[in-house]
Design a protein around this ligand. Structure first.
Ligand code: ADP
Ligand code: GLC
Length: 491
């Protein structure tokens, strides 16, 4: 396959801007595609939250960048080339991106999110002329970048981008991006797009719907999720359109950044370890208790870990409900790191106060602590209601921490369940998100820990031996880009 020019458009890319897995995936996929010989560039907003340690490496492109929305706007582009030769462009426009957080001020999304990301999408369309560089492919992620394919197939159909194709990856169908009809005039988009089979939904404009309609090819981040979203239960109102486009929709499981998440070399954990020698893992557990959970000491009790955004999707409200019951009935400890819904944050805080020696809670976002917890844990709980892919179960398996997951989306696809007596699994999988099922799954893991330690060791080794690299998935994306180009240029 010949090398391609690929422009990724996204609202997150680690380590610059990250709220969840989207940021990890955009950066690690871009790096991998670049290492395979492609010219990969990434456009994202220049958020004021980007740390000084990063921004001091950015260079401004001296020319003024004009963006052709309904009216012309002027912005600035900053550039940074990573060691893997991925070129990141940061779109500086303080009116939209100078905020304390990426998407919201702690509660609902910012009122002008639709404007902020229409701006990003139109900038992505104007960028190639500005750079005098033509992408073969726009790879756009989630609703925030979903208007790019709409522009590409309508107002930007001629000129430099006439042969450029688009791929839209859906990381999470629950968030679709809504605005009233006037966004079309703001964005310089045709009013005729306001049709129920294109951008219109419930009387407003639905960004993701437009992207799904217009992108040349579509993907989601696991095969199971690609299937689930074509049914009313998982389709968040878009299952009909997704079914209509199912011939162009594929599921490609996420890989992980193998350098960042390698227990043998991870600089954020105090002791390295590997499948052959898990001594360092036990030391990391000791370190966690000494440094973060005094006066409790590491002992024979298993440590169950949660690292997550605290939202409905993740099913952690059910965990919060049963935790008192769990710690009263089983010899286990829980360590929970997360932030999100204020009510769930408060619930976990309260549980931490009530059960100080059994439940440890840290509300907030802490990258270093997330690595330490992955290394220190015995089990990782992920009872998601839905999970397009999920990265933490992959990180957990890599770190010898057995995931306990609900059979949904990428969790179902990536974790092989323990089948009592035969230690061929990589974790514990349960079906229904009910209080009883989650309680029983935790009990199952706990009993196995105490009664069959050899099975636990074998499963740790099984998980650590899995290949979660981008090798296969990055090639599948390249294949998908090829199909998108064919579709665009042969139709
Ligand atoms: P999602 O993208 O739905 O949040 P994923 O499992 O794909 O779920 O990715 C979550 C990512 O965000 C992981 O890299 C995880 O470690 C990280 N993360 C989530 N919450 C926190 C937190 N409170 N502190 C540190 N990292 C977190
Ligand atoms: C989304 C999904 C998560 C997925 C991540 C990266 O945030 O919720 O399951 O792993 O995107 O693709």
């Amino acid at each position: 396959m010949r090398p391609m020019n690929i422009l990724m458009v996204a609202s997150e890319a680690a380590p610059f801007a990250k709220v969840g897995g989207l940021g990890d995936v955009v950066s690690s996929l871009a790096q991998h595609l670049s290492l395979l010989g492609n010219d990969v560039r990434v456009l994202l907003p220049f958020y004021s939250t980007i740390g000084e340690e990063h921004r001091k490496k950015f260079r401004p492109i001296p020319a003024v960048f004009s963006i052709h929305l309904g009216e012309e706007h002027f912005a600035r582009i900053w550039e940074y080339v990573s060691p893997e030769k991925v070129c990141f462009y940061f779109l500086e426009y303080d009116r939209y991106y100078h905020r304390d957080r990426l998407y919201d001020s702690g509660g609902d999304g910012f009122d002008d999110n639709a404007y902020r990301f229409t701006f990003l999408c139109r900038a992505a369309i104007d960028l190639p002329d500005f750079l005098q560089w033509t992408p073969d492919i726009y790879h756009v992620h989630d609703w925030m970048a979903a208007l790019v394919p709409v522009y590409l197939e309508t107002v930007a159909r001629r000129g430099r981008l006439a042969k450029t194709a688009s791929v839209l990856t859906i990381h999470n169908l629950q968030h679709q991006g809504y605005a009233d009809r006037s966004i079309l005039a703001y964005g310089g988009l045709w009013d005729s797009l306001f049709r129920s089979d294109q951008l219109e939904a419930c009387g407003g404009v639905n960004f993701l719907k437009g992207g799904i309609y217009f992108a040349n090819k579509l993907s989601t981040v696991s095969r199971s999720y690609a299937e689930e979203i074509q049914w009313p239960e998982g389709g968040c109102g878009l299952h009909g359109l997704l079914r209509f486009r199912s011939g162009d929709l594929v599921g490609i499981i996420n890989g992980i950044g193998e350098e960042d998440w390698n227990p043998a070399t991870d600089g954020r954990i105090p002791h390295g370890f590997s499948a052959e020698n898990l001594e360092g893992k036990a030391k990391c557990k000791g370190h966690f208790f000494r440094e973060h959970w005094k006066p409790v000491a590491a002992d024979a009790m298993p440590l169950f870990v949660v690292i997550s955004r605290l939202y409905w999707q993740k099913g952690l409200d059910v965990l919060a409900d049963i935790l008192p019951w769990v710690v009263n009935g089983m010899a286990v400890r829980f360590a929970i790191l997360g932030s999100g819904d204020a009510s769930l944050e408060n619930h976990f805080r309260f549980l931490g106060e009530c059960f100080r020696d059994r439940i440890w809670v840290r509300i907030g976002y802490d990258e270093s602590l997330s690595h330490l917890l992955e290394a220190a844990g015995d089990f990782f709980a992920m009872p998601s209601r839905f999970e397009p892919c999920g990265l933490n179960q992959l990180y957990s398996m890599r770190y010898g921490t057995l995931p306990i997951v609900r059979a949904t989306g990428g969790l179902r696809e990536s974790v092989q369940s323990y089948a009592g007596g035969v230690a061929n699994g990589t974790g514990f999988v349960f079906q229904d998100l009910t209080h009883q099922s989650l309680h029983d799954a935790i009990g199952w893991a706990c009993a196995t820990y105490y009664d069959r330690p050899d099975d636990i060791r074998t499963m740790q080794r099984n998980g650590m031996a899995q290949d979660f690299s981008w090798k296969k998935s990055a090639r599948r994306y390249l294949e998908l880009y090829g199909w998108a180009l064919e579709k665009k240029n042969n139709s």
